[in-house]
Design a protein around this ligand. Structure first.
Ligand code: ALA
Length: 486
């Protein structure tokens, strides 16, 4: 049993170039928009305010810079890999080529935390925003159908009741899954429209609120540190708050790497993967810093802790009520593309794993007409819908962040390992200053992981124990490499 058997880069490259089971329709602009579609979501619209109010003050701007730096290092490493081995499995496949099967399995298993748990988190967030939007136009959904099973909800007459399940969350997961099954072109088209709406909403906020900035709100830029106490169990503010905030707002950056899971659906992946990955990240970083700066400039940071801080800042900047509704609408639309691209990433990773034999083979069928991995898309959709309907938001976001950060650490290390071990491959994109960028990417991602709470680490460990049991009871014996290795 050789658990460190590797797939060769040459084999993967010929597989990537000769395999036409998925439709190759995505060009560079579509890929950038896919990255933006998956990245801009709940993070910027909600977490910015929470981190400003409770953790970092106006220093949240620096938190965005720090998390953006960690992401850009990883984006370079992802780009080198995605152009060298343009496969849907993304980090899972890259590890298969460098660290061997066991690590590949660990990363594939870990990516479930990024894509499926991420999709579930955003679906629950979507449901909350959707509800608010419905209320603002006078439509009241039965409260029992808008929250996780067992959660307490308030009825119209003011009395309390226990919720059954979160229907809007199920609806959005079902709708995006249907699109993913129907076709990658259709999904990309939907994504393009949504990205346009999201960017328009951010544009309206930036232009409409700029005049209301009061520089006094940025002083002190980093509020004095508060030691741990009953109100702030982890302490708050000061430089430590800025770093802690970076770990939290990192969630806002999750998604640009999902571009790499569309490698087998890109027309010219060698050239366009780096454009999609780095391009979308740069656009998002600039917008995030701008929005964080304006929100904290318009409103004293302590007031930004509510459910919809950007809408609050827009109102405080004097924008009329309909602009708030427009922003809310933009958030609802925006989150739907995040869910769709995360689910797309998950189904592509499952698809790649089952093609390698590590998951049951029947799930890797491609739909004869739509040319999409429809079985993995539906399985992903059903599982995510179930959990979104029955779980509360809780710490799911942090679990998603720790999973993504771990993938970043491994991708940054792997890219360096492959440069040293197999320097001869022609790399159409080379990570600049790799001896600095790759270690810096791995270390910065690890520091952000380190800043996440102990309970999140514990969940990560439990998740891996389950993964190990599955690997050693099923995958290791079904791997396609089983017969090829001595
Ligand atoms: N980055 C995505 C968001 O902020 C996951 O919603």
């Amino acid at each position: 049993m050789n658990i460190f058997r590797r797939k060769s880069v040459a084999d993967l490259q010929s597989e990537a170039l000769t395999d036409h089971s998925l439709k190759r329709v995505l060009g560079p602009l579509n890929l950038i928009l896919l990255g933006i579609g998956c990245t801009i979501g709940a993070g910027i619209f909600v977490l910015t305010g929470h981190v400003a109010a409770a953790t970092a003050g106006p220093g949240v701007i620096l938190s965005y810079v720090l998390a953006g730096l960690a992401s850009i290092f990883a984006a370079f490493c992802y780009s080198e890999f995605a152009s060298l081995v343009p496969m849907s499995g993304s980090a899972y496949t890259y590890s298969y080529a460098t660290m061997g099967e066991l690590f590949a399995w660990i990363i594939g298993w870990d990516l479930i935390l990024e894509y499926a748990v991420g999709g579930m988190t955003v679906a629950i967030g979507w449901s909350g925003h959707f509800n608010e939007l419905m209320k603002s136009v006078g439509i009241h959904l039965p409260p029992q159908l808008t929250a996780a099973y067992g959660a307490t909800v308030t009825l119209a007459d003011g009395s309390s009741a226990t919720a059954w399940f979160n229907l809007p969350a199920v609806f959005i997961v079902a709708a995006t899954t249907t699109l993913l099954v129907i076709g990658i072109k259709e999904s990309a088209r939907f994504n393009n429209i949504i990205v346009f709406v999201k960017l328009a909403v951010i544009g309206v906020f930036v232009v409409g609120a700029l005049h209301a900035i009061n520089p006094a709100n940025w002083h002190p830029f980093i509020p004095a540190a508060i030691p741990p106490g009953p109100d702030h169990p982890d302490g708050a503010f000061g430089w430590s708050g800025v770093f802690h905030g970076a770990g939290t707002v990192f969630f806002a950056y999750i998604g640009f790497d999902a571009v790499s899971t569309a490698a087998q659906e890109a027309k010219n992946p060698q050239r366009d993967m780096p454009i999609g990955i780095i391009g979308s990240l740069l656009v998002c970083t600039v917008l995030y810093i701008l929005v964080a700066a304006i929100a904290t400039g318009v409103v004293p940071y302590a007031e930004l802790g509510g459910d919809a801080p950007i809408v609050y800042a827009a109102q405080k900047a004097g924008m009329s009520n309909w602009i708030s509704i427009l922003i809310d609408l933009g958030i609802v639309a925006g989150l739907s593309s995040v869910i769709m691209v995360l689910l797309m990433g998950q189904s592509r990773v499952f698809w790649s794993m089952s093609r390698d034999g590590l998951l049951p083979e029947f799930i890797n069928r491609v739909h004869p007409k739509f040319k999409t991995p429809w079985i993995t898309s539906i399985i992903t959709g059903v599982v995510v819908a179930f959990f979104s309907a029955t779980f509360t938001l809780g710490e799911a976001g942090e679990l998603c962040s720790i999973g993504t950060l771990l993938a970043f650490v491994i991708v940054c290390i792997s890219v360096l390992v492959l440069r040293v071990r197999e320097p001869h491959h022609i790399r159409t994109f080379r990570t600049p200053a790799i001896w600095f960028v790759a270690p810096a990417g791995a270390i910065s991602a690890f520091i952000l992981m380190y800043k996440l709470p102990g309970i999140t680490w514990l969940r990560l460990i439990v998740w891996f124990v389950i993964g190990m049991v599955l690997y050693f009871t099923y995958s290791v014996n079904h791997s396609k490499l089983r017969d090829k290795t001595p």
